[in-house]
Design a protein around this ligand. Structure first.
Ligand code: SF4
Length: 331
């Protein structure tokens, strides 16, 4: 187990409201040839009803595993997840089935996540059947309603996934997730595989659905520019660890962690206020999560690394109001 001692801090963004989802010290290791692959290390986060939290980092930084562990597709090595105030690690049977209804996931590759031998009616209908939500005429009406909601035509109902474009397939995946009337959706890189011209359409659709249905999203992406407009807050991860958490605007205007600064300096900035931002280039590859660096996990690529960075894990601290980071530069 890692030595990092992140104090759990609730970030209240919606005055007086309880979080819908609370993640406390979530850790996920996988055993690989008698070694531990440290995919997620001590992640703590509150997500409030109706908000979107972006989860960002390079490929292999543990963000997808974090998303899957949060919704219990993986069993955590340590840590707890509370949904509506209840510890979901204790759920089984009926309660777990109900949880599977309330929490849904939209996947990166809509083609791989849709059964090629099933029609759209079967794909969406299956979700309704599992939870006994509609039968016969009502079932078909509900499927048509869902197709309309995601911008697909009624005539699409009898078609197969290969007959659709990437963006349309993602809409089918969204309709399937919505069929069970979830409260919380983990969007796992839902636009990364799509053409740039289609990405904005899918983001707009997700935002429209959020307003209409009061949905809460965890939006996973490898690129900060992808999550900027959809996220209320953004959590930056590196090698399974939390690097920085702030509102989307604050993170873009005042990035504190050298890793966030590097991610942002790779993004073209249309805002003249931010044009003079120092360009930070991180060299080298992400180290193996089988053998992460001691101290700060980012130190092997950090342009500001100091002696202490190899010796001590930086503390997770609120450096500005509701703006958290883990870096010795701020201690
Ligand atoms: Fe860089 Fe040290 Fe901060 Fe890590 S703790 S990001 S190595 S300055």
């Amino acid at each position: 187990m890692g030595s990092k001692e992140n104090t759990y801090e609730a970030v209240v963004t919606k005055e007086g409201r309880e979080p819908l989802l609370q993640v406390k010290g979530l850790t996920k290791y996988f055993k690989v040839n008698k070694q531990h692959l440290k995919a997620v290390e001590n992640v703590s986060l509150d997500i409030y009803e109706g908000e979107t939290v972006g989860l960002v980092g390079e490929s292999g930084c543990g963000k997808s595993t974090a998303g899957r562990t949060i919704i219990r597709l993986h069993k955590p090595t340590a840590g707890d997840v509370y949904f509506n105030g209840e510890d979901i690690n204790q759920y089984s049977g009926k309660k777990l089935k109900q949880l599977r209804r309330e929490i849904q996931m939209i996947f990166q590759d809509p083609y791989a996540s849709l059964n090629p031998r099933m029609t759209v009616e079967d794909i969406i209908g299956e979700a309704l059947d599992i939870h006994g939500l509609a039968r016969g005429k009502k079932r078909k009406e509900r499927i048509l309603e869902l197709l309309d909601l995601v911008g697909l035509d009624a005539e699409h109902i009898s078609r197969f996934p290969h007959e659709f474009s990437g963006g349309q397939r993602q809409r089918i995946g969204i309709a399937r997730a919505l069929a069970v009337e979830p409260k919380f959706i983990v969007c796992d890189e839902p636009i990364s595989a799509l053409d740039v011209s289609i990405q904005a359409q899918v983001v707009n659709l997700l935002q429209k659905l959020q307003k209409q249905m009061g949905l809460t999203y965890l939006f996973i992406a490898h690129d900060l520019s992808m999550v900027k407009y959809i996220s209320d807050r953004i959590l930056v991860m590196y090698l399974g660890n939390m690097m920085e958490l702030a509102s989307s605007d604050e993170l873009h205007e005042n990035p504190l962690h050298p890793y966030t600064q590097a991610l942002l300096s790779a993004v073209p900035v249309p805002d003249p206020k931010l044009k003079d931002r120092e360009r930070i280039v991180v060299s080298g590859d992400v180290p193996s999560p089988l053998n992460p660096p001691s101290g700060c996990v980012f130190r092997t690529r950090c342009p500001h690394a100091m002696d202490i960075c190899a010796k001590q894990v930086p503390e997770w601290k609120e450096v500005r109001e509701n703006h958290f980071t883990a870096c010795h530069l701020y201690e």
